[in-house]
Every structure is written in C-alpha cells, then in structure tokens.
Design a protein around this ligand. Structure first.
Ligand SMILES: [Fe+2]
Length: 381
C-alpha cells in the first residue's frame, strides 16, 4: 500500500456509534484489494444502507449499495458494501449512510431517520508499493481491553493493515459478543481507516454462534483461507481448524476439519506454483496453530502432515502463528521446517505480545513487543 505517510495514528477519530440510535457498530474495513474494498457496519434496526465515496472528503460524489439478483439489499442489519473499480495505492474518502425501514408492507415501504457517519479515509493496497507494514495480534480470548493496550504501545510504527491471528474469543455466543469484544474496540482504534484480517483460530470454531461468524467478515475466494498481495509481501492465510481430532466427544460429531485441512493442502499446492507467489520478494504464511512447538495434539500434527511438505518446498520466508500462549521466535530447523516460525503470546497481562512486520526491498523485519512495550524478539529475513 502506498500513501504510508498519510496513514492515521491509532488514536484517530472515534465513530459516532455511541450516540446514534441506528448505528450499532462500524464502519470497519475488510478485504482490501488493489481495486476494491468492503465496508461493513451493523445497524440496530433494519435499514437501507449505502456508502458515499470519492477521492477527497469534500467530493463524495459516488454511491455504492449492494444488489442481489436485482434487489437492492435492504431490511437488513448486517451491512457489507463493496466499493469496486478503485485504483491501486490510492487514498479514498467515504461515509456510511443507513436509512431506517419502519414499515415493509408489500406495496408500502416506509422510511424513518437516516444515519450518516463522519467521513473517513482509506488507501487501497498495491503490489507495486515499495514497502508494507502490519501488526499481528493473536489469542486475545475475550479481553477487549487488550486491543487498545497493545495497539497503543508507543514503539509501534504506522501500519497498512492489522492481522488478527485467531482466538480473539473463547467461543462464539452471539452478535453482541462480536460487537463488544472485537468490532467496537477495533473500530474505535483503527478499523474505520485501516482494514483488518480475521484469521480463524480454534476457539472461533466453538460455540453456538460459530457458524454465523462468516456473515461478519470478508476473506477472499474462501472466507478463512486465501492469499493476498501487498507491496513486497505475498501472504497466505491458512485455517488450522480445531486442535483435537474431529471425533472428540465435545465436538458432538459436527466438525470435519481433517477434510477441510486436506482441501486447503490441495489449494496450497496450486498457490505455491503461481508465478506471482514465486516472484514475490517475501512469502509469509499465517496459521493460528503453528505446525511445530504446539505439542502432539491432532490439530497441529495434522497441519504439519498435510501442509508441512508443501511449505518446506515453497521457499517460505516466515510462518506467523499463535495458539500456544507461549511467545517465541524459532529459527528454521533442517529436516523439520525450512522457515522461521514466530509465535505470539497471550492472553493474560504479562504474556501478551504484538508482532510488528515491516518489509521493503532491503529486508523483512519482525519485531515482537510484550505488553510492557519491551522488544522480546527480533528477526530479519
Ligand atoms: Fe488457539
């Protein structure tokens, strides 16, 4: 992503979410691509929603809403509107609008108040950018205060995106948990202007609301495993699934992660053959569960079995993981993993980390800070 100098600090503008009777949370940016981005928010009441955007804050001359088979999305509360035909590496300004629907009879639709947000900006990513900077958080485990604590450590550089590397929660209960324990903190800190990626951890697969998670976040072709390109980094996001075997009684016969990890192995084989992957300056893999240093439970061992040989042959520069709650930087080990593995800590105070990655033509540098802001690990590729 270019336009780095313009990236806002984390303590930038809060949203109006607390004052508004229509906005529940947001906006938050998802799925940044060179030519598109998805803007999401949640309303408290069914609404018709749209985005006004343009190249400068005083010229929001374009409008986008969502259309499904001829019907403009309306009478819903979970809003996701994709802006298309954008230019790479360019800053845009936008605001969100939601008009409450107070009546929806077959031949009489009635509107109530309209909410209009502040104007925010974002910058589209670019594969041509000279550098990319991002931070990684993992294993927050339903401690929403950790977002502000870690993201506001003064030593951190500005960033192009934030990567949430799994286990933001203990298990999924309902929408309010998503809102209060993730979306409100990240929206007030950065997500109105800087996108985030949610990589699923094993704890996001648990609980009665786990199957609805997909309705609130955007991956790419698949919701939880895909690749992305930003500046000199080619990123691969893998979904390591559960940590125990599929037939473990607590899963009650309704998970199938072995097959899902095999599906990802087939995709990964194709991915590492791509010219863009091979020619990228750096190849970075994200997996909540690390393939090593995570004991001999079924999940990590199966990840190692089905993905390990592919990654070892793919000239990977770095694997970034969490899950173990024990932070560390593990150099490559011949015959096991041909790439270094960085594992973030968490979730209790004193064990939390934030991983900062900066990559340019000269080097990719990883710095791990603990929650006191002290550097506890450093790696240069
Ligand atoms: Fe985990």
């Amino acid at each position: 992503m270019t336009g780095l100098g313009a990236a806002p600090r984390l303590d930038a503008q809060p949203t109006q979410s607390d004052e508004s009777p229509i906005l529940k949370v947001g906006p938050y940016l998802q799925a940044p691509r060179p030519d598109s981005i998805t803007i999401r928010w949640i309303t408290t009441v069914p609404s018709y929603s749209w985005v006004e955007f343009g190249e400068t804050p005083d010229q929001l001359s374009q409008k986008a809403h969502r259309v499904n088979a001829g019907l403009v999305e309306a009478n819903n509360t979970v809003q996701a509107i994709t802006l298309r035909n954008l230019l790479p590496g360019k800053q845009y300004a936008y605001r969100i609008c939601s008009k409450a629907l107070t009546g929806f009879d077959p031949y009489k639709i009635t509107y109530g108040d309209t909410f209009t947000s502040d104007v925010f900006t974002f910058t589209t990513p670019s594969a041509d950018a000279d550098r990319v900077r991002f931070v990684v958080l993992n294993d927050i485990h339903d401690r929403p205060d950790s977002f502000a604590h870690l993201l506001q450590l003064p030593e951190l550089p500005e960033k192009d995106f934030v990567f949430l590397n799994g286990d933001m929660f203990d298990y999924q209960t309902d929408e309010d948990q998503l809102v209060n324990h993730l979306l409100k903190p990240v929206t007030s800190l950065f997500a109105t202007q800087i996108p985030f990626i949610l990589s699923r951890g094993n704890h996001e697969t648990r609980g009665k609301f786990a199957r609805q998670l997909v309705n609130y976040f955007d991956g790419h072709d698949q919701p939880f495993y895909y690749s992305f390109r930003q500046g000199p980094v080619y990123g691969i996001v893998l979904d390591s699934g559960e940590d125990k075997a599929d037939d473990t009684p607590v899963y009650a016969g309704i998970v199938d992660f072995d097959q899902y990890r095999l599906e990802q192995a087939e995709w990964l084989k194709q991915e590492v053959r791509k010219k863009e992957f091979r020619q990228a300056k750096y190849r970075v893999v994200f997996s909540h569960i690390p393939l090593f240093y995570s004991g001999d439970w079924h999940g990590p061992m199966h990840c190692r079995k089905v993905w390990g040989p592919i990654l070892n042959d793919a000239n990977i520069d770095l694997l970034i993981s969490g899950h173990t709650h024990k932070y560390g930087i593990h150099p490559a080990v011949k015959g096991e993993h041909s790439y270094p593995i960085v594992i973030g800590g968490g979730p209790q105070a004193g064990r939390r980390t934030i991983i900062s990655v900066q990559a340019d033509k000269a080097a990719l540098t990883v710095t791990m800070l603990n929650d006191a802001g002290k550097t506890v690990g450093k790696l240069t590729v």
